[in-house]
Write a protein of this length. Sequence first.
Length: 202
Amino acid sequence: MRWEPCWLPETDIPETLHTPLDTATWELEQAGLPVTIKLDQELGSDAYEITDGKGKTQIRGGSTGVLYGAYALLACRRLGLSIPKGVQAPAFALRMNNHWDNMDGTVERGYAGDSLFFEKGGFRKDFSRLRWYARLLASVGINVICLNNVNVHAPAQALTDMRFLPDVAQLSALFAPFGIRLMLAVDFAMPLQAGLPTADPL
């Protein structure tokens, strides 16, 4: 079997990226592609349009769309495909990976190793690896990840309080340049634990 190299240039991802526009600019620079990027919020945050002609290439898009446009252009160049015509936008607003990670580092029904996020009751903080993961997800349009198992095991109940919120905020800032937001699964019993008389939402 013949394996093709990834269409994304293999390189360390800098910590200085803060927005999807920063990431799009960096990705295109790594690939050596001279491209003009233009933010246009009227297209919608995730939409983009690539125009290519007369030796000039432009990506016009929303705040995250410019990044999706950059990845689409890189993929087309690597695979020898035609650039998509017209405005492109995801079919669904929510494009999510739901992790079933526990804070001891295990993954419920996980068969590919330990948690990317947690170990020994806390956060792993393997930031370089997580940036690679964020890049992978953004390149295929994922825009939300749930960090923890929907079957919430201790101490994950504390992810929403000050014990772990600074760590959650740190991860949120790491994934934001790739257009990815974080979600947390909460325990159904948390209203009772917070002193409310019932956990019934009605």
